[in-house]
Write a protein that binds this ligand. Structure first.
Ligand code: ZN
Length: 501
């Protein structure tokens, strides 16, 4: 058995090396590559990923997994070896189900559709994008059919990003969330002026903002021996191993909160990647349990820590040292209130904690309704705008600020959006649990001591990598399934107090 495990690890090492090398190229493309590099880069990326895919779906890996199935079932299911066989088998089965031609056709169609989307968005012309989107969705449906599902076609797509999560589960938690958030938002909208964020708007030197983001990342425990931060138009995190994790951020010289919270968000992702157990490296067990669990880490640092009153009591005096004279007339409470201002807005990526999930629910509903034939693609803008009006009380003036705003669909990423909200909900549920384990958590944050929180996350979440599915991981850590209630309570308590509701 040991020989076969060794061979499996060697083969998976080669597969992950190729993927990580493509991740380096992708990181470079988003940070430093000159615009002219894109043509050659697309070829390089597609070659590397194609090679990785071919190596992974090789018959030899299937044979090794078949040989190892018996012996692995005798092992402790929590062990690295048993998990390696279990998780690799699951991913191998999925990868083998998608015909190579379909994979290639999807890559081509999404590359063309992405360009069409950029143009359609610039001209705010959805009709122009329709034929390309139709083609991508046709292929996405073929992919879902190839992967197979028991109940809903969306299940097959969701499973790609959130293993074992079902559409009906998402519908149930979203219904609960919507029933609470829509009336909360309506109440806040009656008192929008109760919170003032004027202090975040003005002129903020980029060098000083950079220094703040680096300071906060260090305080969080992000390890710069094994990671770095750079600038990117659309912040993201990527890792080439647990010893080389890259976070990115962006700066708005007129709005202070943009860079700080981009860095805290990506820093949360980065800490997760740096915390993977080294033994899991160069296998499919490295990295996070799912996009949703990953997002629970980023949202926890960004919102539950970074937008808390305790954080600002600690950080406000430090902030003043970076911007001499600029925040002198304010206090910690003013900053706390400002960074939590609620504004129903058209654009998802600019949304606050209260409205953000409504943007996600809208997209999830659109996706399931389009896939199930309840909305025709040509009617998508009207359906989008009607939902915006119903949930947020505003109507997009054009498609660029409506149905065309996100890149996901042009890239074939259908089933991805719910993970943002699942992560947000999980963050609150985990945080309640951590608070019970670490009764001094709030005092520690107020004292700028983040090591106990990071230590807890390392021990209970990060080190496991992708050994467990999200449902398994949550059950192991919290002892109950994922729930919306802790997040709802958090929102109602926090924003009820802020807005005097
Ligand atoms: Zn994120």
């Amino acid at each position: 058995m040991q020989d076969k495990l060794k061979e499996l690890r060697t083969r998976l090492g080669e597969v992950t090396d190729l993927y990580q090398a493509s991740a380096v190229l992708n990181w470079d493309q988003e940070t430093y590559m000159p615009p002219g590099g894109i043509r050659a880069r697309s070829e390089q990326l597609s070659t590397l990923r194609g090679l990785a895919h071919q190596k992974f779906i090789a018959d030899e890996i299937g044979q090794l997994l078949a040989d190892l199935a018996g012996p692995a079932s005798e092992l402790d299911p929590d062990s690295d070896d048993a998990s390696l066989v279990r998780v690799t088998q699951r991913e191998y089965d999925k990868a083998r189900k998608i015909p190579v031609e379909l994979q290639a056709e999807l890559a081509r169609a999404t590359s063309v559709a992405h360009n069409a989307w950029v143009k359609a968005r610039a001209e705010s012309d959805f009709a122009m994008f329709v034929p390309y989107l139709q083609k991508v969705l046709d292929l996405v449906i073929q992919k879902a059919e190839a992967l197979g599902y028991e109940e809903r076609i969306y299940d097959a797509l969701l499973d790609e990003y959130e293993p074992e999560m079902k559409t009906t589960q998402v519908e149930a938690v979203f219904a609960e969330l919507k029933a609470e958030i829509v009336p909360l938002l309506q109440a806040i909208c009656e008192r929008l002026d109760a919170v003032d964020d004027a202090c975040l708007h003005g002129s903020f030197d980029e060098q000083k903002q950079w220094a703040v983001t680096m300071d906060v990342l260090k305080l969080m425990g992000f390890d710069f021996q094994n990671g770095r931060q750079d600038k990117a138009a659309h912040p993201f995190t990527t890792s080439f191993s647990c010893d080389d994790v890259r976070v990115t951020t962006r700066f708005d010289p007129t709005y202070f909160a943009s860079a700080l919270y981009s860095s805290m968000h990506e820093g949360g992702h980065g800490l997760y990647d740096q915390g993977t157990a080294p033994e899991l490296e160069r296998t499919l067990l490295a990295g996070g349990a799912s996009l949703g669990v990953h997002e629970s880490q980023s949202r926890m640092w960004e919102n539950l820590v970074g937008r808390s009153r305790n954080f600002w009591r600690f950080y406000f005096p430090r902030l003043k040292t970076f911007f001499p004279g600029q925040f002198d007339h304010l206090d910690a409470e003013a900053l706390y209130r400002a960074v939590n201002k609620v504004t129903p807005s058209l654009i998802r990526v600019e949304a606050d904690e209260v409205t953000y999930n409504l943007h996600i629910m809208l997209r999830f509903e659109m996706e399931t309704e389009i896939l199930e034939g309840k909305i025709k693609i040509t009617d998508a803008p009207e359906a989008w705008n009607a939902k915006m009006e119903a949930y947020l009380g505003i109507t997009p003036p054009d498609d660029a600020r409506g149905v065309l705003q996100d890149t996901h669909w042009s890239s074939g990423l259908v089933g991805y959006f719910p993970t943002y909200s699942l992560g947000t909900m999980l963050a609150s549920q985990l945080f309640d649990h951590i608070r019970a384990d670490l009764p001094d958590l709030d005092a520690q944050i107020e004292a700028g001591q983040f090591a106990p929180l990071l230590g807890w996350l390392r021990q209970n979440i990060h080190c496991h990598g992708a050994k467990f599915t999200p449902n398994e991981l949550v059950r192991r850590v919290i002892g109950e399934p994922m729930q919306a209630a802790p997040f709802v309570t958090y929102l109602k308590t926090k924003y009820g107090e802020l807005y005097g509701i």
